[in-house]
Design a protein around this ligand. Structure first.
Ligand code: SF4
Length: 369
């Protein structure tokens, strides 16, 4: 895939001499540059697609590190932390929650004060030396889609390599792994790819790497010494889902070293009213809206519980037929779904500990459904 390039670069004047601003100016000499006191000027009112073409360098003034939104009462939580060094993404998945979450803040941001974010992480890790934290950069942005421009991974991977109780996850739908290949992660970085059924990847994930490209990139980072992860999220109950998800599992996991798979997550589509409106407003009809959705305990709509359990159990089965040692978990689901899928419900703490240790969650290996 061709690495993304912005149509315009906007730099907050106070950050003009930051390392990131200097690097981007040097790498994008032909891209129109605007220096501004207030980066709100870079936001194209009401035009999400135009926002995704603009790159803004600015200082991050809030907290970098947050708890993953899965930490909602009533749902089993794996104690994941998210850190935001960027916001918004150049790709255009029809189901992306950022269409709603960043509806009025659409330009792509790369934050210049990376050191402040690293200090926050360092403080948390030092304050809790007896706990290990999984920390990901892929919540408000794709972790690697801008890496050819920012070199952020070249700061993060060595930072985590020296911290025994931090585990970094770089989550992507890109092939932007070149920066990673000559670094030594020392088992402290997992590079993961989001996957979906063949038809969903083909029709709903505009601009992202193809399945073969993602697999090739995963094999490259495995060969360079990284563990890899995979996220089937959002799983969409569309016509043909069974063949679609099985084909992808067969194509990916038969061609990787499954002993070096850190984790595989399964998570159903979660729909808010704002996201539904954004999907309906897109120019092309989406498969995402074809299935029936019902409200869940966190107020989001999902496929009904029996169907979610059926899909998870099928997918768990296919994964375990390839290698039952791979850690598989379900994302943002209540204890009742866990027990129907895995035969038991681990506590939040047990889930977190198993994933940090990259051990299989205790679960039934069975083909009887
Ligand atoms: S890759 Fe992720 S962040 Fe980017 S548009 Fe798709 S769902 Fe959104």
């Amino acid at each position: 895939m061709t690495p993304w390039m912005p149509s315009a670069l906007w730099i907050e004047r106070s950050e003009a001499e930051s390392d990131l601003a200097r690097r981007l100016r040097a790498r994008l000499p032909a891209v129109p540059l605007r220096m501004v006191d207030d980066t709100a000027e870079a936001e194209p009112a009401g035009d999400f697609a135009e926002g995704k073409r603009r790159l803004v360098v600015k200082r991050h003034r809030g907290t970098f590190l947050q708890h993953c939104p899965a930490g909602t009462p009533g749902l089993v939580c794996c104690n994941y932390l998210v850190v935001s060094f960027a916001a918004n993404c150049p790709f255009d998945c029809s189901y992306c929650f950022l269409q709603d979450y960043l509806a009025n803040n659409t330009a792509i941001k790369a934050f210049s004060n990376v050191g402040d974010g690293l200090s926050e992480i360092d403080a948390v890790l030092r304050a809790h030396p007896d706990r290990t934290f999984r920390i990901g950069t892929g919540e408000l942005a794709d972790s690697l889609a801008l890496d050819h421009l920012t070199d952020l991974s070249r700061e993060l991977v060595p930072f985590f390599a020296e911290r025994p109780n931090g585990l970094l996850e770089l989550k992507t739908k890109s092939t932007g792994v070149d920066n990673l290949l000559d670094l030594d992660p020392k088992e402290r970085t997992v590079v993961s790819w989001s996957l979906n059924a063949t038809r969903i990847m083909a029709t709903e994930e505009d601009g992202t790497a193809s399945l073969e490209e993602r697999l090739h990139a995963a094999r490259r980072v495995q060969a360079a010494g990284y563990r890899v992860g995979f996220h089937f999220d959002p799983i969409i109950a569309h016509e043909g889902w069974e063949d679609g998800y099985r084909q992808v599992i067969e194509r990916v996991f038969r061609r990787l070293d499954t002993r070096r798979v850190a984790w595989v997550s399964l998570g159903s589509l979660r729909m808010t009213p704002g996201l539904k409106a954004a999907i309906k407003a897109r120019p092309n009809p989406s498969l995402v809206l074809t299935g029936e959705l019902v409200p869940g305990p966190d107020g989001k709509e999902r496929a009904w519980r029996g169907l979610r359990v059926k899909i998870y159990r099928r997918m768990l089965d296919w994964l375990q037929q390839i290698d039952a040692r791979m850690p598989v978990y379900v994302c943002m689901e209540p204890p009742g779904v866990w027990s129907k899928v895995f035969g038991q419900t681990p506590s939040d703490r047990e889930v977190a500990e198993q994933l940090v240790a990259q051990r299989p969650l205790a679960c039934r290996v069975s083909t009887a459904r």
